[in-house]
Design a protein around this ligand. Structure first.
Ligand code: ZN
Length: 183
């Protein structure tokens, strides 16, 4: 048996053992993503046996509360659920965005780091804050960022405002949210 298929077999065993359903195709629907950490030391192994995980996901069974940890993003993709895949992508993008912000003092609103989905996700998480600049309505900043993201050309003033929102809202939010999740 090849290495890949034995890892997949290990994953299926672990998931089914902790699920109510006895079959893989049904068991995969019982799980949600609970949390994720980034491990820059690459010292942990997935429940399937794969070594050197970069992102350590925790998943929880919604029927019996069982937890599987750590599990890698590629194993979650094995569940073949679009909703989980999207959540994996967004959660990883939060870490990547924070690292990009920490490395570049003046990050711009580019598709290298942002997407419409990520902006919406950030808004839903509460990353935009109310201030005197948006009449204490965070939705205005989200709307502005979305408008700017969709624009091909931005004025210097608009560019500055977008960067100010990244630095004053998104950066402190990501630092707070991810502070204890990077090792
Ligand atoms: Zn795995």
């Amino acid at each position: 048996m090849s290495r890949i298929s034995s890892n997949f077999r290990n994953l299926q065993d672990a998931v089914i053992r902790h699920s109510e359903a006895d079959e893989w195709y049904s068991a995969v629907n019982e799980w949600i993503i609970n949390d994720v950490e980034e491990d820059e030391t690459l010292t942990e192994s997935c429940v399937c046996g794969k070594e050197k995980l970069h992102y350590l996901f925790t998943i929880r069974n919604i029927l019996n509360g069982n937890i599987l940890y750590p599990i890698g993003s590629s194993c979650i993709r094995r569940f073949e659920r679009d909703d989980l895949d999207e959540e994996v992508d967004l959660k990883v993008q939060l870490f990547e965005l924070l690292h990009a912000i920490e490395q570049n003092e003046f990050i711009v609103l580019s598709s290298d780091f942002f997407s419409r989905k990520l902006l919406k996700y950030l808004y839903d998480l509460g990353a935009f804050i109310g201030s005197e600049y948006n009449n204490y309505d965070p939705f205005r900043d989200y709307q502005f960022m979305l408008d700017m993201f969709n624009k091909r050309m931005r004025t210097q003033r608009q560019e500055k405002k977008a960067t100010a929102i990244i630095m004053s809202s998104i950066r402190p939010f990501l630092r707070r949210m991810l502070r204890d999740k990077i090792r």
